[in-house]
Design a protein around this ligand. Structure first.
Ligand SMILES: [Zn+2]
Ligand SMILES: [Zn+2]
Length: 197
């Protein structure tokens, strides 16, 4: 930050790799703790402080909401934080921009420039959590698991099905039709005509 002057409009872009913070996940997917996150932050001097605009690529690991297979992907997030110059604390802000609105909500949490120390983690964390999918999929058309036997249908193939005889009620009907004078050639359970059987 030392290179960034206070002249409004003065800007500086930094890139670095930062370790992912802990506990950055939803139920099914999240950012592995300590994973490398490429981060680019543009610091721009504005009248009351420094506006930091970040872009980060967060690696994700989790499981498919339909077939439970492990999956990895990534999200690119953008976030922004305004750091006030310390003397900006005095009551001379204009009450016209978005920042002031937030300032009134949580006046105790305003960030102030303190030497080189800028903590972008809260803004980054919020952006990632918003970007995490509630129902991550291993692929858009994942067919999920067989409701009957639980195998992943993607592995089992399109012909995967279960003979309806597995259901004991249908098995009983099939027995009846086999022992009676069954004229039906089609033994598929759905084809049995109950009125004639
Ligand atoms: Zn899947
Ligand atoms: Zn099955």
């Amino acid at each position: 930050m030392r290179q960034l002057g206070r002249q409004a409009g003065s800007a500086l872009t930094q890139t670095r790799i930062v370790p992912a913070p802990d506990d950055l996940r939803l139920e099914l997917i999240g950012v592995p703790a300590a994973a490398d996150i490429p981060l680019e932050v543009r610091f721009e001097a504005v009248s009351e402080g420094v506006l930091a605009t970040g872009t980060a690529i967060a690696p994700l690991a989790g499981e498919c909401a339909r077939c439970l297979a492990p999956l990895t992907s990534s999200v690119t997030v953008g976030f922004q934080e305004l750091y006030l110059y310390a003397e900006g604390r005095h009551d001379k802000h204009d009450k016209h921009d978005k920042h002031d609105e937030q300032e009134e909500q949580d006046a105790g949490e305003i960030y102030h420039l303190d030497g080189d120390l800028l903590d972008l983690e809260p803004a980054f964390r919020d952006a990632v959590v918003l970007a995490l999918p509630m129902s991550p999929l291993c692929r858009d058309d994942c067919p999920g698991l067989c409701a009957e036997c639980g195998v992943p249908l993607a592995d089992a193939g399109p012909g995967h099905r279960h003979d309806a005889a597995v259901d004991p009620r249908w098995a009983a009907l099939q027995q009846l039709s086999e022992h009676g004078n069954d004229k039906h050639q089609d033994r598929r359970a759905g084809a049995i005509d109950l009125q004639e059987g």
